[in-house]
Design a protein around this ligand. Structure first.
Ligand SMILES: CC(C)(COP(=O)(O)OP(=O)(O)OC[C@H]1O[C@@H](n2cnc3c(N)ncnc32)[C@H](O)[C@@H]1OP(=O)(O)O)[C@@H](O)C(=O)NCCC(=O)NCCS
Length: 258
């Protein structure tokens, strides 16, 4: 998709408009919108969202062991369908997906002409939904959870990311870890490759105050120029990151000299 030719995304609102309890838009560029959705909804809203799911999605919801996980899946997927339906001007139940080799959902072939890409992430009762004219990946993490930062970083982060994390004062390491994690996750989700993409093969920024950026990509060095990263702070206590394909530069027009 050539971003330089993309038309702006339409202005849409969730059912209930400004006062919608489901969510609100937290980032708006002409061709990239990010929505934040609260996953704990009342029974009536949950029921409404459930009716928008496909049979396969409803069956997936039924397979969750914990009811809360099932409800969060229904809300996130239902909100995604609702929003995509608004952008595509079709009822949420008519939105259809297909899945990439590593499970990334994209719009089905029948919507291919609409040039709409999306990605979703959820954590601790909150979801982020990115909709764009260009390829996107998004990730959100709840900050206040106990994880073995150094152990996980040593296992999954690149050598330079580990060194940068361990150079931070102890009190800043947890947030640094989650900034790095969400940025890495947003990138591999934009690629659609999930964890099949070796996480140590690329570096992202993580230090406090340093903007989100893909610093180096060893598999294909040109990748760093292809992706922009954006920090997202959807709510206090959460960190988010967006990886979005940089607008393609239009091919140079040959200069004709007479
Ligand atoms: C599946 C994966 C893409 C994201 O998983 P996650 O971080 O647990 O979950 P998120 O909430 O961020 O994203 C899940 C959503 O991403 C989408 N998704 C699924 N597979 C995807 C893929 N290959 N690429 C992009 N998006 C994908 C789906 O919409 C999914 O929502 P659903 O479960 O409601 O259908 C994959 O990267 C993974 O398993 N990650 C594990 C986390 C990890 O170890 N990260 C290390 C970072 S250093």
């Amino acid at each position: 998709m050539n971003g330089s030719r993309s038309v702006p995304l339409p202005e849409v609102s969730l059912p209930g408009g400004e006062s919608s309890t489901l969510g609100s838009r937290i980032m708006a560029r002409p061709d990239v919108h990010v929505w934040c959705v609260a996953l704990d909804v009342d029974a009536a809203e949950l029921q409404r969202l459930r009716t928008t799911l496909s049979r396969a999605e409803a069956a997936r919801a039924d397979r969750f062991v914990r009811q809360r996980d099932a409800e969060h899946f229904i809300t996130a997927r239902g909100a995604l369908r609702t929003l995509l339906g608004c952008y595509l001007e079709v009822p949420p139940g008519e939105v259809a997906f297909r899945y990439g080799a590593h499970g990334k959902p994209v719009l089905a072939e029948e919507f291919a002409q609409r040039e709409l890409r999306f990605n979703l992430s959820h954590s601790h009762g909150l979801a982020l939904l990115a909709l764009a004219r260009r390829e996107v990946g998004i990730d959100i993490e709840f900050l206040n959870r106990k994880v073995e930062h150094e152990q996980i970083a040593t296992r999954f982060f690149s050598a330079s990311e580990c060194a940068e994390l361990l150079a931070l004062p102890h009190a800043q390491r947890s947030d640094g870890f989650f900034r790095c994690w969400t940025r890495k996750e947003a990138y591999i989700k934009a690629l659609g490759e999930g964890l099949s993409h070796p996480l140590a093969d690329f570096d992202v920024t993580l230090a406090p105050g340093v903007p989100a950026r893909l610093v180096a990509t060893r598999r294909d060095p040109a990748e760093t120029a292809r992706w922009e990263m954006v920090d997202l702070t959807p709510r206090p206590g959460y960190v988010g990151a967006l990886a979005v394909e940089v607008e393609a530069v239009p091919p140079a027009t040959p200069l004709l000299l007479w």
